[in-house]
Design a protein around this ligand. Structure first.
Ligand SMILES: *Cc1c(COP(=O)(O)O)cnc(C)c1O
Length: 516
């Protein structure tokens, strides 16, 4: 039963041409669009009421509906003033590669299925391994993201360093800034929380090496089996790089596995100017490296690399009877033997296209641009009296907060900063989220988008200051805003709560009346 009437295919083609035009237009005007477009109640209602129809609808209708209702009602992570989380740097080159790859939908699991795609992905992996300073026998594969890259590497570490009977005594070391996906992965492969040591960090949020040594020493005395250290090259909160060289020496001394979570920061290897900051990475046993974070790729593109490819084969190879026909290339290493997936898309092809068109030098310059913008942000904030830098610019990330000089306790300051984040984000001008560092709520900016300019940063700092001043006025003169819009009244209530003092208690009640 064919579903592919030639006529429908032609119609789909026409709609897709329209889509391509609209998409190019969308990207060309990103900077004048709001960074956040909430969906209206009508859209929610429309989509909530839909179900899967028993009989299909015209493709034109579904196309228009999805275009209008779904895609643009979101935080635009690729917007030049999106500074929250790790914003997307996705380029149209990656999108083009994605569209091309999806169109042909290669089953990129083994060489026989898609031999040249296989070759290209393997060349990319080799290139990334050589940037990391790994030897010839290294290898790896593209997976969907840093979380799965970490999981894959952790399974290899377990199988390489522990016998089955040793698993119960095993302990692994992370820092208090290690990404949550590492703990998630460790729990998934059978460890429990009690086997994970969380090492404190120094003033720059890097793993404290002396505390790591102490912790390993203690575990050895208590007859446990330290088997792996998870170092970060670019933590998600602060962009900090753990002391990789020191960690590699410790791992070498105790025969432990060293995994580097470079999901965010490994891309700095592309920059002549920055790569030395990652030195020591070449002694690690495995490395996670997201191309969808800082190498301009659309989502679902990350690499897990290992210093010795045979460790992945040991953990993941299986040779079921229904895959025997593929084993025609002696010595060929198949992707399905290197990781958890069988069917996989050729995730590397869009990266190949991007790198072929741009060249690796330009990619390196883009990384430097992101770092320079974070330095610039830090400089602008330092020029302003009430802004405190909590973590200086590292790998394109800076953390700071507004501290009014009027009386405000730490809870008030946390509230004010959360509200500044909420206000600037809801305004649509820029997206900035908070995080917590040493118990303080802080504003965090990650400035890695290559389309972001100094003007964007200046404008954003100005807006931050403007919202902060609104709160300051409200703190000082709570009676000032009784007749303002309900939004401001809401704000005032938050501050009344933050201030907590009885002197504005009656006004707080009035606010709540008005809000109700
Ligand atoms: C983003 C990130 C991850 C998780 O990667 P995903 O691609 O989101 O799964 C892991 N580690 C670090 C340091 C990250 O920044």
């Amino acid at each position: 039963m064919s579903i592919k009437g030639i006529q429908q295919n032609v119609q789909i083609g026409e709609l897709m041409k329209d889509f391509v035009e609209q998409t190019v237009q969308f990207y060309n005007t990103l900077d004048v669009q709001p960074v956040y477009r909430p969906a209206s109640k009508a859209i929610y209602k429309c989509m909530e009421e839909q179900s899967i129809p028993a009989y299909g609808r015209p493709v034109q209708d579904v196309y228009s509906e999805m275009l209008q209702n779904i895609y643009t009602h979101a935080f635009l992570a690729q917007h030049p003033r999106s500074f929250a989380c790790i914003p997307s740097t996705a380029s149209l080159l990656s999108w083009m590669g994605d569209v091309m790859t999806n169109a042909y939908n290669p089953h990129a699991s083994c060489r026989i299925n898609a031999p040249i795609a296989d070759l290209v992905e393997k060349k990319l992996i080799r290139w990334m391994c050589s940037l990391a300073g790994y030897p010839e026998k290294s290898g790896g594969l593209f997976v969907s993201g840093g979380s799965i890259a970490n999981l894959t590497a952790l399974a290899a570490a377990r199988d390489c360093k522990l016998t089955y009977n040793e698993r119960n005594q095993a302990v692994v070391y992370v820092s208090e800034q290690t990404h949550s996906s590492v703990t998630k992965g460790l729990l998934m492969i059978g460890f429990c929380k009690e086997q994970i040591r969380v090492i404190p960090t120094d003033s720059r949020f890097r793993m404290d090496i002396n505390r790591l040594r102490e912790s390993i020493g203690k575990d050895l005395l208590e007859h446990r089996k330290p088997f792996a250290v998870i170092a970060s090259a670019g933590t998600t909160n602060t962009g900090s790089i753990d002391p990789l060289m020191d960690i590699s020496k410790i791992c070498h001394k105790y025969g432990m596995w060293m995994h580097v979570d470079g999901a965010f920061g490994a891309s700095a290897l592309l920059s002549e100017q920055l790569k030395d900051e990652l030195s020591g990475i070449e002694y690690s046993d495995s490395l996670s490296w997201d191309a969808h974070k800082w190498m301009l790729q659309t989502y679902g593109c990350s690499a897990v690399l290992v210093r010795d490819e045979s460790v992945l084969i040991k953990s993941f190879a299986s040779h079921p009877e229904y895959l025997k026909d593929s084993e025609i290339y002696p010595g060929s290493i198949e992707f399905w033997d290197l990781g958890p997936e069988l069917t996989r898309p050729a995730r590397g092809l869009k990266l190949w296209l991007t790198l072929q068109v741009m060249g690796s030098r330009k990619m390196g310059k883009i990384i430097e641009h992101g770092c320079a913008l974070a330095n610039f942000t830090e400089m602008l904030l330092r020029e302003r009296p009430k802004w405190e830098i909590i973590s200086p610019a590292q790998l394109g990330i800076v953390n700071f907060r507004y501290v009014p000089d009027v009386h405000a306790n730490s809870h008030d300051i946390d509230t004010i900063n959360s509200e500044i984040s909420r206000k600037i984000t809801n305004s649509g001008f820029a997206q900035i989220f908070t995080t917590e560092l040493r118990g303080k709520k802080v504003l965090r900016m990650c400035t890695i988008n290559p389309e972001t300019t100094q003007k964007d940063i200046r404008g954003t700092v100005k807006e931050l200051e403007r919202f902060a001043r609104t709160f300051l006025i409200l703190l000082l003169f709570p009676f000032f805003n009784l007749h303002f819009s309900s939004d401001i009244v809401t704000e005032k209530c938050v501050l009344a709560k933050a201030a907590g003092g009885s002197k504005i208690g009656s006004r707080k009640d009035k606010c709540e009346e008005r809000m109700g």
